[in-house]
Design a protein around this ligand. Structure first.
Ligand code: IVH
Length: 509
């Protein structure tokens, strides 16, 4: 009797475990892919707890694709090798609209002048992965490696919650999807903050952080990192005819199965629209919470992929339109201090000039002394400099491996570099201040602010003229601007023609 009751309990547990798994998978999909949960976190946690209880009681019911295995995977001995069934290719690069046009011409030389449709997608700056599903379950996840053979990182990829472990719909017996694992910018900032607090080396950028996180031997470390994935390609399908004939159909099919497919993918009908779209994202790339280093342009039709084929490792049916880089490495020559209009002392880096994305960067901000100390940035260090859009360039952190031992740690000066007053810092505040309300640097900055966009936006007075007005004594504070006379201004220009270069003439117009 006891045996029968025990068997029945086991069968019930097995059915309930299956039910819980599919419920949890469904809610993972709602939460991580659709961003639209149907149940509260507490209800979700209760489902996971119940499943854990059952699996604790009947360990034989644990399946590798159980949601409980996402986080608690055991460290793998070392990564095994995965042979990719079809090579993971790379892309040729285009750096301009002309490069895109030349690419289209080469394709048209092969496929003729008929209509072409293009699919344009963000080029995610992460790490390429291939996911093989067998009978609807995630069987293998691998890195790109050299394109032919990659590393088996299935255990680690299982910890990424938006990667489905099982698919709920009918699918071909075996198929592969490819995509990019990445780290969000906000997640990266948080991770680096924590690392700085613990005195650990910083990651240079989200891509390095993602690559480092995915190639961990202990999946628990991967699980603790803010990773996510965008799937952008159907690799191959086996055991059933391909469910799709075009790339866009493939993406829609994948989306329908619960894969996370980027919402900013668009099909465009001609190359001018493609170029406009690429250029528009080049300006808007900062809007996304993940790094993109360009746009990928693909011809939509699979039949044309066949016709176009490859040159070496690069398909003729796709190309990467690359954006200018946003990071560079250079030497930090010296740390200077700027006095703000409220007296805040702002450290900045004087850099050996470095070209980043077509702009020469010589100065970068360093936030505050605590940040410099936490990131262990020293004068003489090689540093990573980040330049994003209009934002002032920043020093991300040192390249500690390039140290020679001659680098110098930095401290905030004890005295204001402008007026010499002893500097002060409020309890719990990150910034140091010059407490002297008569500090000339503060007054100059105040005048500059007053005439500028953030203040009265006085047409014709820029930073240069504001400084000269201050230095010459004509305007020591904003009130003085209202008693300026034409004669005095003209006399000023005559005294400083090299400094003003016609600025006053322009202003008086
Ligand atoms: S398609 C043959 N689409 O870029 C086509 N790649 O430079 C293979 N990447 O190794 C790739 N976003 O890691 C494609 N939307 C996207 C992509 C993308 C990022 C990466 C991928 C690839 C590299 C090629």
């Amino acid at each position: 009797m006891a045996q029968i009751a025990e068997d029945r309990a086991f069968q019930e547990a097995r059915l309930r475990a299956e039910e819980l798994r599919s419920l949890i998978n469904y809610h993972d999909y709602r939460y991580f892919v659709l961003d639209s949960p149907e149940i509260s976190d507490a209800e979700y946690d209760e489902l996971v707890r119940e499943l854990r209880r059952i699996e604790g009681r009947y360990p034989q019911l644990i399946t590798p694709d159980s949601p409980t295995q996402r986080v608690s995977g055991q460290p793998v001995e070392a990564f095994g090798i995965v042979e990719h069934r079809t090579p993971m290719l790379s892309l040729a690069n285009a750096f301009s609209a002309d490069d895109l046009r030349a690419w289209e011409r080469r394709a048209r030389n092969i496929v003729g002048d008929g209509r072409l449709s293009y699919v344009v997608e963000p080029k995610i700056d992460g790490l390429a992965v291939a996911l093989v599903y067998e009978d609807g379950r995630l069987a293998t996840g691998a890195t790109r490696g050299d394109g032919i053979r990659g590393e088996n990182i299935t255990q680690n990829l299982r910890t990424i919650r938006s990667i489905p472990l099982t698919l709920q719909k009918k699918v071909p017996p075996r198929f592969e999807v490819r995509g990019e694992v990445y780290m969000t910018k906000s997640g990266f900032d948080r991770l680096n903050e924590e690392r700085a607090d613990r005195g650990e080396p910083l990651f240079a950028n989200p891509r390095n952080a993602a690559a480092g996180s995915v190639r961990q031997l202990d999946p628990r470390i991967t699980a603790s990192r803010p990773l996510d994935v965008w799937l952008y390609q159907l690799g191959w399908v086996e055991g059933a005819p391909s469910p799709v004939n075009t790339h866009l159909e493939a993406l829609d099919w994948m989306r329908g199965l619960g894969f996370r497919v980027n919402p900013h993918i668009e099909r465009l009908k001609n190359l001018d629209a493609v170029i406009a779209h690429c250029e528009s994202w080049e300006r808007r790339r900062e809007e996304l919470d993940y790094d993109i280093d360009g746009m990928v342009v693909k011809i939509d039709s699979f039949a044309l992929w066949q016709e176009l084929g490859y040159v070496g490792r690069e398909p003729r049916w796709a190309i990467a339109y690359k954006f200018p880089p946003t990071q560079g490495v250079t030497k930090l020559l010296k740390i200077g201090v700027n006095v703000g209009r409220t007296g805040s002392l702002n450290p900045y880096a004087v850099l050996e000039p470095v070209g980043i994305g077509g702009v020469t960067v010589k100065l970068a901000t360093l936030h505050n002394e605590d940040d410099i100390r936490r990131k262990d940035i020293r004068e003489g260090d090689w540093v990573i400099v980040q330049r994003a859009g209009e934002v002032i360039p920043q020093v991300v952190g040192p390249v500690a491996s390039r140290r020679t031992g001659k680098e110098r740690r930095w401290r905030m000066p004890k005295k204001c570099p402008s007026c010499g007053a002893p500097v002060a810092r409020e309890e719990g505040e990150a910034m140091y201040y010059c407490p002297n309300t008569a500090c000339p640097a503060q007054a100059r900055r105040l005048l500059e602010h007053f005439v500028g966009r953030g203040g009265m936006d006085i047409e014709g007075i820029g930073e240069r003229l504001a400084y000269t007005l201050y230095d010459s004594g004509l305007a020591k504070d904003p009130g003085d601007l209202y008693s300026l006379t034409k004669e005095r201004l003209v006399a000023l220009e005559l005294r400083h023609p090299e400094r003003l270069g016609g600025a006053i003439g322009d202003f008086l117009q």
